[in-house]
Design a protein around this ligand. Structure first.
Ligand code: FDA
Length: 309
């Protein structure tokens, strides 16, 4: 890893939180040209078109209606209704899709009770249609509240939620133990936010080592874990453990982000593994998009090429 990479990562993550830049970029007429690699489109119809195409290629999806950190409760209720609409359409299509939700999109910054009620409405609907709500994990100031809601929703409808664990957090070993003990499915990822060094491993090699440890625990003791990474080394490690443990192909799934790691996606599909892609859509795409640039600053060159070409 180049010495500049952590600095670039921090810079993109800093920019991802700037509201003025966000307003300007999200309304730019050129936006569609540089976001299309990572964002399915602005509308639910765009996302469903992508999800159906992927399903024909044997890939499952989880739809994310973009829009985190809403500032008024009416926006949180609108997000809930958008998700309910998405769940209804997915039930009609029967393509085995789930939805991925950030609690700050459902009002967590404003009222824990309202957020709970909005989330419960989604989990009730997902349960009724045999789907699942995957509860994305945001920065570490939300971890406790998010995990509390994960446990409450799992008690309400077992098998209707999935938690997300970030390997960069020191606490994640304990969280994984508690989720395994309760039988709650987990998506394991490395973590996408800027975190202080008293909360998260600052060095990538330590994050990777913790990812490997948590991966082993989830494959040995977890309930239908989702291996959320584009890291070929972690994927190879997962496959070796899956073979050693004799896990059937319905006991776990790989998850990747739409537009990322496409060769690896094709390779896993050709080997018969279950793959689910995280498909974001909507007009509030800026913070998500900037986190993707922070993960791989070389993406900037790809975007510049699209703007010029
Ligand atoms: P790593 O960063 O080591 O990258 C490995 C390789 O993957 C790179 O060398 C590159 O080739 C490729 N790659 C990675 N990111 C890329 C990008 N943006 N563009 C192009 N290539 C890229 N985070 C979080 O904090 N909360 C959450 O809820 C989620 N949810 C989530 C769902 C799913 C399905 C996935 C796959 C990931 C998340 N994440 C997340 C994001 C996650 O925490 C992490 O930031 C990214 O997945 C990048 O980490 P990798 O594991 O891919 O490894």
């Amino acid at each position: 890893m180049s010495a500049f990479t952590p600095i670039l990562r921090s810079s993109f993550l800093y920019l991802s939180r700037q509201p003025t830049l966000r307003r300007w970029v999200e309304t730019s007429s050129a936006a569609g040209r540089f976001t299309k690699r990572f964002i399915a489109g602005l509308t639910l119809d765009d996302a469903l078109r992508v999800a159906q195409k992927l399903y024909r290629e044997r890939t499952l999806t989880t739809l994310d209606h973009l829009g985190e950190n809403v500032t008024v409760l009416s926006e949180a209720r609108a997000a809930r209704d958008d998700y309910l609409g998405a769940l209804n359409r997915l039930a009609e299509l029967g393509i085995g899709a789930t939805v991925s939700v950030k609690l700050t999109a459902l009002g967590l910054d404003l009222s824990e009770q309202s957020c709970f009620d909005n989330l419960a409405a989604l989990v009730d609907r997902a349960d009724a249609m045999g789907s699942r709500v995957e509860m994305d994990m945001e920065d570490s100031t939300y971890t406790d509240r998010t995990l509390r809601m994960v446990h409450a929703m799992h008690e309400r409808h077992p098998n209707s939620v999935r938690a997300v664990i970030q390997a960069y957090l020191y606490r994640s070993g304990q969280d994984v133990d508690s989720l395994c003990a309760t039988g709650i499915p987990v998506r394991l990822c490395k973590g996408a936010y800027q975190e202080p060094s008293d909360v998260a491993y600052p060095a990538k090699k330590d994050v990777d080592a913790n990812y490997a440890r948590l991966l082993d625990t989830l494959l040995e003791r977890g309930t239908h874990p989702a291996i959320g990474t584009h890291d070929t080394k972690m994927v190879a490690r997962a496959i070796a453990s899956i073979k050693r443990l004799g896990l059937g192909s319905d006991a776990f799934e790989f998850q990747m982000l739409y537009g990322v790691g496409r060769d690896l996606q094709r390779r896993l599909l050709s080997q018969g593994y279950a793959l689910r892609l995280y498909v974001p859509y909507g007009t509030a795409w800026y913070p998500y998009f900037m986190r993707r640039l922070a993960e791989r600053p070389a993406n900037v060159a790809f975007i510049a090429k699209n703007l010029i070409g």
